[in-house]
Design a binder for this molecule. Sequence first.
Ligand SMILES: Nc1ncnc2c1ncn2[C@@H]1O[C@H](COP(=O)(O)OP(=O)(O)O)[C@@H](O)[C@H]1O
Ligand SMILES: [Mg+2]
Length: 314
Amino acid sequence: MTTKTIHGFNSLVNQRKTRKKVTYGLTDLRSCGPVAVGNQALNKGLRQAYDTRVMGRIISVVNQKGGVGKTTTAINLGAYLAEAGKFVLIVDLDPQANATSGIGVDFQTIERGVYEAVLGDVSMKEIVQPTAHDTLRIAPATPALAGLNVELVPMERREHRLRDSLLEIRHDYDYILIDCPPTLGLITLNGIVAADEVLIPVQAEYFALEGLGQLLETVNLVKDRIRPEVNILGAVLTMYDGRTKLSEDVLQELYKYFPNNIFRSVVPRSVRLAEAPSFGRSIAAFDRFSKGAKAYERLAREIIETEINHIKAV
Ligand SMILES: Nc1ncnc2c1ncn2[C@@H]1O[C@H](COP(=O)(O)OP(=O)(O)O)[C@@H](O)[C@H]1O
Ligand SMILES: [Mg+2]
C-alpha cells in the first residue's frame, strides 16, 4: 500500500504506522472524496481505519481576546494538517461563524450546525460539511450559537456537552480543531473540556499578554476539577512584525508564561492571510507561496512532530 509523500511528512506518517501498526494508506481514505452523510465508500474506509488508527487529537484554539488570530490559526493549521494527509475536522464554536465562512461554507444556507449538535437535536456527524481540501471538514456555526451560553446553564453535564457530542466522530479524524469564541463563558469552557490540548494564539502587540494569566488559570481549573487529561499544547505568536521592537518584547515576555512551549513557527503579519477568508479559502489554497502560508505550514509540521509524545501519552 502506498502513501503519497506530502511536504516530506511521509517519514512521520510511517513512524506512526510502525508504532501503532496502522495498516491502511492515508491516500485510500483521501481518494474517497468529500464526505457526504451516507457516503458508503468513505464510511467503509473509515470503519476499516477505525480499528487500527491512533485516537485523534482534539485541540482547542483558545484566547478570550478577540482578533488575536484564533480563527485564522484554526483554518490554516487545519488546511496544512489536511495537506499533510491528516483527516481534520474544524469545529466552529463561535456564533460569528468566521471559520465557517472563512473556509467557504455559507452559514446562511446551513439549517443545523454546532448549536443543534451540542444540544443533542442532531448528531455531529450529520452537520459536517466538506471543504475545498479533500480531508478537511467543518462542523459549521450558525448565529443560533449565541444563545447556547444561556441555554446550557440549567442543563446536566453542561460543561461536557461538546465533548459528548464529539465522541461518536472523534475516531474518524486525526485532528479535531475547535475554534473558540472570544470569551471565557460556558461555550469556551465546553471547548476546553472537549479538548486534549489547548493551543493559544497570542498577538504580538502591547496588550496581548493581559488576560493570559486568567486564561491559564481557567485551563488549570478545568484540569483540576473537570478533566485532568487536558494539557496546554503551547502558544503561537501571531501578527508578528519583525521590524518592531514591540514584537520582540512580546515574545520575550511570553517566555515567562510558556517557558517550554512556544512554537518555533511565528506567524508574521501578512495581508494575504487577512484577504484569504473573504474568498472562502485557506492560505494554502489562496497563496501558498506567501510568508503567512509558510508559517502555518511550519506550525502544522511542528504539531505533527508532537504526535510522537501524544502516542506515548495515550
Ligand atoms: N497574521 C496575520 N496577519 C494579518 N492579518 C491577520 C493575521 N492573522 C489574523 N489576521 C486578521 O486579523 C483579524 C482577526 O483575526 P481572527 O483570526 O479572526 O482572530 P480571532 O479569531 O482571534 O478573533 C482578521 O481580520 C484576520 O483576517
Ligand atoms: Mg474567531
